[in-house]
Design a protein around this ligand. Sequence first.
Ligand code: ADP
Length: 473
Amino acid sequence: MKILFAAAEASPFIKVGGLGDVAGALPKALVEKGHDVRVVLPLYSSIKWEMREKCQYLKYFYFMHGWRNCYCGIFEANIDGVVYYLIDNEYYFKRRAPYGEFDDGERFAFFSRAVLEILPQVDFIPDIIHCNDWHTAAVPVYLDAQYRWREGYEYIRTIFSIHNIEFQGKYGLDTLGSVFALPPDWESVVEHDGCLNLMKGAIERANAVNTVSETYANEILDPYFSFGLDSILRPRRYKLSGIVNGIDVKAFDPATDPAIAVNYDIKTRADKVENKLALQQELGLRVDPDVPMIGMVGRLTPQKGIDLMYPVMEELMKQDVQLVVLGTGYAEIEDFMRFCDAVYHDKMRAMITFSASMAQKIYSGADLFLMPSKSEPCGLAQMISMRYGTIPVVHAVGGLKDTVIPFNPMEGTGNGVNFQSYNAWDMYDAIMRAVGIWRDPDQRDQIMVNGMSGDYSWDVSADKYLKLYQSVL
Ligand code: ADP
């Protein structure tokens, strides 16, 4: 199958969040299964030099986007068998960071059109164009509105993946022609709630829509989770599905991770405690193998459910536990964590920074990993923690519900602990249940084995994507 994967970020070139991980890993997994997969992304000036060096200049051409005659350079790279096309236009992509500019709508309208314009230029007519999030949501719309008549474009099928429904690409309707270069009779396709909404257009025009977990695919049919798009999704649920993400099991491997004090695997899992002792030492906490350490790594934003910590922090800190938090985000939440660090300094550390190596030390050193997200399209951190033998404690929502199976001490099944209602004391109760499991040597061992033996690779999910592609062809 010939697949073109269009995304605004793709690791190892550029990564801002989970989308970058997926766009880096899924094409690789599909190539390993024998398919011709190419990835198209913008050539941002913020791409690291060592990756930029790997890109070869291919050609340039101009195309019309509405009234603009746009320069479009194409660079090419081949990483692990995946061909990457990087779209060069310094006016749009020579910026501070990939997103967050006042003209993001125009920048990604250009990029979405470039995805379609380069096909004959690189001599690649895909069977499937796989679009991701609002940045490439215009591709299925442009394809149907303006490209179907071109030779080779007649039978291309489109998939639209929602990694986060919160960001939809919403603009004033007056931008329809001027910025997005769509004809007036296409207004109804992209219009929603009085705005031009690119994600809505993609949901309407793509041959299939999917999200990054099965539960999230159901949840976004409900106004509580949908950020206004449930009325659009419900009538189209026939083409909506969910496929859970994998993680890079080579990069996240406690047996080889260079960032952690002592490497271990499922057979030598008893060595994991050495990482806790090293972390306690490094952070100046009481060095004690018998105190359960709770870890948290992630963005400090309301979506991650940190507000549930406020009412229970005092009670939690009365218990014989340690808490280590790593993250950045909203100033209010960062300040709360700094405050707790100061007040409960004998038991808690808050590191308000981004540090990949400290994250690994927490995944390997902590005994429990807390992730009380209010909503979670998929979530990677809980899978990483299970791979490192750390017990996840999660709110049963989205991808957390699909990947964390409650531990059943009678049958020895399950890999974590969850709570159902989004409620601080339910979360507290779940933490205490997890502490109870951890304090029981047999249960601790069983839950670690269950977590560490799980398959978090992309292999299974890549097969599901292939099935999805086949279903629309
Ligand atoms: P999201 O994509 O919503 O931010 P995920 O759980 O899917 O959440 O992925 C977050 C990833 O980013 C994880 O690999 C996590 O370890 C990493 N991460 C988040 N915050 C930090 C931080 N402050 N330092 C290091 N790594 C972080």
